[in-house]
Design a protein around this ligand. Structure first.
Ligand code: BGC
Length: 740
């Protein structure tokens, strides 16, 4: 229902619109990038001129209160209608204080932590001149080759939806006009994570039932949480580029889902429709506008062509008005007409950005995101005495700690693992360091990475020399901590990899270290699931730390020395080898499921590897152990509108206090379309003291049992359902019930 405030907004926008020339209207639909040089944001001449002409509706990449204020003043003082600008930016996992990459954040399974990271990011961004963030990225991703799997919450629609909601709440709070909230932008609409072969920007072709059951829920959740804007995707969907897709942006997003914010394209995505093969630029612009795009990011297709499109009668001025209204409404919702300088308060910037409390939160959230993949013979936690061979190309590294898409983050402020160990273990632990290997020795790759913000240095020694030094250091120490993985630029946009093992000579390094017989702790940094068969077999302990952000080293040391007991769980399946991808837990059964018999030839299987992942979805260890009772159901049979309760007793049976993510999965055994072998439908992160036990209760509602059938009806089909509860998607105990 429209409120009085809405009415006021509509009236305001209508009045303003009636004063605008066609050129000024088209200008509002134009988003320009105002770049920056090494010393910070710069305002180019050309942009000034464009703003003066009323050709700019918003800018992105300009931040700091000073730079944003300058530009905003220019817009307000030099344009006929004094319409303020939007200031957008890629605030992805923190703004100045950097949190773990989103894949890592999701591995915390802690929605308060996720929301808090977005809240802090929103607070810092809004203090830094910004009012609009290009986040959350909610694309479901099941292909580890795709570099952008790093930017989302992994493979699962249920978990992904929770994360999407938490992020939107964190950024927007419940009042967008406040000076410390920013407008969220849900991306990339839609299905970007399903790019064929994991190659970025590639084709997506998908059945409707997969789309709606598996890929759409997080976008919908973000919209329902009130996200103010949506960004299109680069990919095509079933033959129609997302950016020119009327079904997607109008019928689905607006008419069915009721989205009332604005849609911005991804970077030059309208122009790119020419290469997709829809026609020339003017045609692409018309398609985009008519499909439901409101703002053109950087490509200037609207700016250059829309006027002629109106003159030719291909686009009506009313169609343009519709988009202009949405942009003006966004500015109104942000309170910009009331005070264009709301987000440019230097004093607030000084008191907000990277304040100690925020760094402390970054450290805490980073710890929560780490996943203990292996821990034999209680190798971890380490003792704060004796000597550590600290080895590996990422051990002293600062640049990579803040990960990809950390634009305004200053890596020089990031804590390296070495520094973190010194901070946490103090002087009683001796650190013996050797680099051991480069992250990669591929010169082409290094050039590319460094051309886009990387800081890779190639050691001039041969790899044999480096490994020999590391082995010597290891022999003289009590335990090896090998910090290995990818460089941050090996994931993220345009960073697909066809080989997802440890790059360069890092596995050779680990092999040599293994031969010393010293306990081998592998600390991993990477933006995607890696294929770690050898490492899993040979390491004594292995900790997945993603790219953990500004406080990475401190958080890692907290976990290594047991100041924090790891509690993260994987949100994307780790394959044994790349040939298994796309691999995900919620798969279908096939007519020939493979049961593991060697000679069972005609089954859905590989000849050279089992079907199992290396680490399943939801997997992660703790320094303690948890024992689960069999799940109990409150009823064995329900009607289609009843709920039921599942209870399970979880006991901490080990020697440490710890947290556990208790997971609930459901399987619809028979359906009018085939259904996944299990689907996550609930989780609770609980904290148990040593010896403590607790009964955890889940409610399964009719909503949890529904799915889209092939007629796109959202239905609950009576019949048998199985319930699985456990510590990950594989290690579960079962119960079942029927819906009459
Ligand atoms: C990315 C978006 C990003 C935009 C603006 C694009 O290349 O796909 O995720 O928000 O650039 O930087």
């Amino acid at each position: 229902m429209a409120t009085a405030g809405d009415q006021q907004m509509k009236q305001f926008v209508e009045d303003l619109l009636s004063k605008m020339t066609l050129e000024e209207k088209i200008g509002q639909l134009n988003l320009v990038a105002v770049g920056f040089d090494v010393t910070g944001p710069v305002v180019s001449e050309n942009v000034d001129e464009n703003i003066r002409k009323g050709n700019v509706g918003g800018v992105f990449n300009t931040y700091t209160p000073n730079a944003a204020r300058k530009l905003q003043e220019f817009a307000v003082n030099n344009t006929r209608l004094k319409i303020p600008l939007l200031f957008g930016y890629d605030v992805i996992h923190g703004h100045r204080t950097i949190f773990p990459i989103p894949l890592g954040l999701s591995a915390s399974w802690d929605m308060n932590a996720v929301e808090r990271s977005a809240r802090i990011a929103g607070d810092e961004a809004s203090a830094d001149g910004l009012n609009w963030v290009f986040s959350p990225m909610v694309d479901i991703a099941r292909d580890a080759r795709w570099g952008r799997i790093a930017e989302g919450a992994g493979e699962d629609p249920y978990l992904g939806s929770q994360v999407a909601r938490a992020m939107v709440r964190g950024y927007q709070g419940n009042d967008l006009t406040l000076a410390n909230t920013v407008m969220a932008c849900v991306k990339h609409f839609a299905l970007y994570g399903a790019a064929e072969a994991g190659r970025d920007y590639n084709t997506v072709d998908m059945s409707l039932n997969r789309m709606f059951n598996e890929y759409m829920p997080p976008y919908k959740a973000a919209i329902d949480a009130g996200a103010g804007s949506v960004m299109t995707a680069f990919n095509e969907i079933n033959g129609v580029p997302a950016t020119g897709n009327k079904w997607l942006m109008t019928e689905l997003l607006r008419d069915q889902w009721g989205f009332d914010g604005f849609v911005v394209t991804d970077y030059t995505a309208i122009n790119e429709m020419v290469a997709h093969g829809v026609g020339d630029e003017a045609k692409a612009g018309e398609l985009a506008l008519k499909a439901g795009v409101d703002m053109d990011m950087v490509g200037e297709v609207f700016l250059k062509n829309l006027k002629q499109s109106v003159e030719k009668g291909n686009v009506s001025e009313e169609e343009i008005n519709t988009s202009v209204r949405r942009i003006l409404e966004a500015k109104y919702k942000l309170g910009l007409f009331e005070d264009p300088y709301r987000y440019t308060n230097e004093e607030r910037a000084k008191n907000t950005i990277m304040k100690p409390e925020y760094r402390e939160a970054a450290r805490d959230i980073a710890r929560k995101s780490m996943v203990l993949l292996k821990n034999e013979k209680q190798t971890l936690p380490l003792k704060k005495t004796g000597s550590i061979a600290l080895i590996g190309p990422l051990a002293k590294n600062q640049r990579d700690m803040i990960g990809n898409w950390s634009g305004a983050g200053d890596w020089k402020q990031a804590v390296s693992v070495e520094q973190g160990i010194r901070n946490v273990a103090g002087n009683s632990t001796k650190i013996n360091y050797a680099k051991g290997a480069n992250i990669t020795d591929d010169e082409q790759m290094i050039k590319r990475l460094n051309a886009h913000g990387g800081e890779l240095e190639i050691d001039t020694r041969t790899s044999e020399q480096m490994i020999a030094e590391a082995v010597k250091v290891a022999r003289g120490s009590d335990v090896i901590v090998a910090v290995v993985g990818e460089s941050q630029g090996m994931s993220g946009e345009a960073a697909s990899r066809a080989d997802i093992t440890l790059p360069g000579k890092q596995r050779e390094l680990l092999m040599a270290l293994k031969k010393t017989g010293k306990p081998l702790v592998v600390v991993l940094m990477n933006g995607r699931p890696l294929a770690l068969n050898w490492e899993d077999e040979n390491a004594d302990a292995m900790l997945e730390t993603w790219f953990a952000g500004t406080e990475a080293g401190n958080a890692i040391a907290d976990v290594l020395f047991g100041n924090y007991n790891p509690s993260g769980k994987l949100t994307a399946t780790f394959p044994q080898v790349v040939g298994q991808v796309p691999i995900y837990y919620a798969h279908k059964n096939t007519g020939r499921p493979f049961g593991g018999e060697l000679l069972d030839k005609y089954k859905s299987r590989y000849m050279d590897v089992t079907n199992e992942p290396l680490y399943p979805f939801g997997y992660g260890l703790s320094y303690t152990t948890f024992n689960y009772s069999k799940p109990q159901l409150s009823k064995n049979s329900i009607t289609p509108d009843e709920s039921l309760e599942v209870t399970v007793n979880v006991q901490n049976t080990g020697n440490y206090d710890g947290e556990e993510v208790v997971q609930l999965y459901v399987q619809d055994v028979v359906g009018s379309i085939t259904r996944p072998v299990k689907e996550l439908k609930g989780f609770q992160k609980i904290s148990l003291k040593k010896g403590e036990s607790r009964t955890v209760t889940f409610t399964i509602t009719p909503e949890d049992l529904k799915f889209y059938n092939n007629d796109m009806e959202y239905v609950l089909e009576p019949g048998e359902f199985k319930v699985y509860v456990g510590t990950n998607s594989r290690d579960v105990q079962e119960a079942s019930f029927t819906v009459q």
